[in-house]
Design a protein around this ligand. Structure first.
Ligand SMILES: [Zn+2]
Length: 491
């Protein structure tokens, strides 16, 4: 086998535990030398892996693997390779085609089906962690939010004062009027905008308040005394401008209008279906105002699939069957996840003991520093001796603090629980899909399905989004018997 070494560190990781590019490279070259692995090229990249398709060097490496220049990748950790589902998908795609045979880290090689599954969990975590980085910054704000204080600029109808928000009685009457007018379901938001303008509502710049702003106001729970922050609803300590009943009434009107709109324009399965023959997206249309029809549009003498119309029930059936076959080799999946959990916990324990050790050392140094101050007060030391000893201890203290800071953030039990839930969800995909209403179906498709290619009204191939794709791959594996045999002989 021939390996590429891939090293990555982004500038945003500067103060974190990730090793420098030089260190990564040195460790990997050492490792390859010890193990006798053949390295054909080394790639180094200083980019974040959060967004897909932004890493040129990573892209170059993948295309070289496609050409057969190498069939293995050596990295310091799998999170160096992928922190988003698309890149991870590209890698797994290469693996399923047999072009990429192994991803190796100094601690573990990934080269069998259950390894990919395991790595899937690793990728899920990397993505989860990537999202977490953004959250950490906001922790300060969050404590404010938990107390029910709105943490940012007051919206129309309120003003900020001493970290809280209060009703602005010059603007609040317009908000009340907006909600009341809209709750009667007689005017559009635009028409209400005109009415409010005539009645004197202006932006700071003296203009009419635009429809989008009024629409946002109508769905903003802040006006009934709660507020949304980071996608969650909190009970506010501020006073509402309108009653909860009025707010609910307005939501009812809005929902009614949405439903009417969706019934005309929204096709549940559009965007997930392509034609297996010509590769174009299937489009959808309404026939007789009632049924959705899906078909290949590339019909102008080019594709024989053009005449195959399918209605939404046909598609629903195909997807349901597909989700049924999605059923995972449960035993293998359970075992892979258990193994992953054990590794995480072992790693956490190791880090905990390192942390304890460092903290003990730190406490001892503090003690020594205290003693030193006492001795100095008692006049037992010369000024030079005191400064020298003090400097030495402070340097040591700094080094230990540095090491403590470098300890990685741990994968929490919470994350492991999420993975467990995800696994359970995958076991029941068909039920969820069949029994869910349109919203549930739509959510499920959005999170799990990448593409179905259709030929002669049947599914030709199915691609899922990660990490679902992993589980789908594993479920198709014939490895199970050998794997089982191995396990029986070695319980
Ligand atoms: Zn076609």
């Amino acid at each position: 086998m021939k390996y590429f070494i891939y090293c990555r560190k982004s500038s945003e990781e500067d103060n974190k535990q990730v090793q420098s590019l030089d260190t990564q490279e040195r460790i990997l070259v050492d490792f390859a030398t010890t193990k006798g692995l053949k390295i054909v090229d080394i790639f180094r990249e200083s980019k974040s892996a959060k967004d897909a398709g932004t890493r040129e060097i990573f892209g170059v490496m993948l295309s070289k693997i496609t050409k057969g220049d190498a069939d293995g990748i050596l990295v310091s950790h799998t999170d160096r390779l992928a922190r988003n589902y698309n890149d991870a998908g590209d890698l797994l795609n290469l693996m399923s085609k047999g072009l990429l045979k192994e991803i190796a880290t100094p601690y573990r090689a990934f080269n069998s089906v259950q390894d990919y599954l395991y790595m899937g969990f690793d990728f899920v975590f990397a993505t989860h962690y990537s999202a977490q980085l953004g959250v950490k910054v906001k922790e300060g704000i969050d404590s404010k939010v938990l107390k029910g204080e709105y943490p940012t600029h007051a919206p129309l109808g309120y003003f900020n004062k001493e970290g809280k928000i209060y009703i602005d009685e010059t603007k609040a009457p317009y908000i009340r009027r907006l909600f009341e007018l809209y709750s009667h379901n007689q005017y559009s938001i635009k028409e209400i905008g005109n009415i409010l303008y005539k009645e004197g509502l202006r932006t700071k710049g003296g203009n009419k308040v635009v429809t989008a702003v009024l629409h946002r106001a109508l769905i903003n729970p802040i006006y009934r005394g709660d507020f949304m922050w980071n996608g969650k609803l909190y009970e506010g300590i501020h006073e509402g401008i309108i009653s909860r009943e009025l707010f609910e009434a307005v939501q009812g009107v809005l929902e009614g209008k949405n439903r009417a709109k969706n019934n005309t324009f929204n096709f549940l399965y559009r965007g997930y279906l392509t034609c297996a023959v010509c590769g174009c997206k299937l489009t959808a249309t309404k026939k007789k105002q009632k049924y959705d029809y899906y078909y290949c549009t590339n019909g102008k003498n080019l594709c024989n699939q053009h005449k195959d119309y399918m209605d939404s029930d046909d598609i629903k059936g195909l997807i349901s069957n597909n989700f049924a076959n999605f059923i995972i080799n449960k035993e293998m999946c359970d075992l892979s996840l258990e193994q992953y959990k054990q590794d995480v916990r072992k790693n956490n324990n190791y880090q905990d003991s390192t942390r304890n050790l460092l903290q003990n050392q730190l406490a001892k140094i503090e003690e020594k520093l205290d003693k030193l101050v006492d001795m100095n007060l008692e006049g037992l030391l010369t000024k030079e001796k005191y400064t020298e000893k003090q400097n030495k201890l402070l340097t040591e203290k700094g080094l230990i603090q540095e090491q403590l800071k470098k300890l990685p953030n741990q994968i929490t039990e919470n994350t492991l629980e999420l993975l467990e839930k995800f696994k359970e969800r995958c076991y029941h995909l068909q039920n969820l899909f069949d029994e869910g209403n349109e919203d549930v179906k739509s959510d499920l498709l959005k999170s799990a399905l990448w593409n179905l290619s259709i030929k002669d009204k049947q599914i030709a191939t199915a691609q899922y989004k990660l990490p679902y794709q992993e589980l789908a791959n594993a479920s198709k594996s014939n490895d199970f018997d050998t794997w089982r045999g191995r396990r029986d002989s070695n319980p």
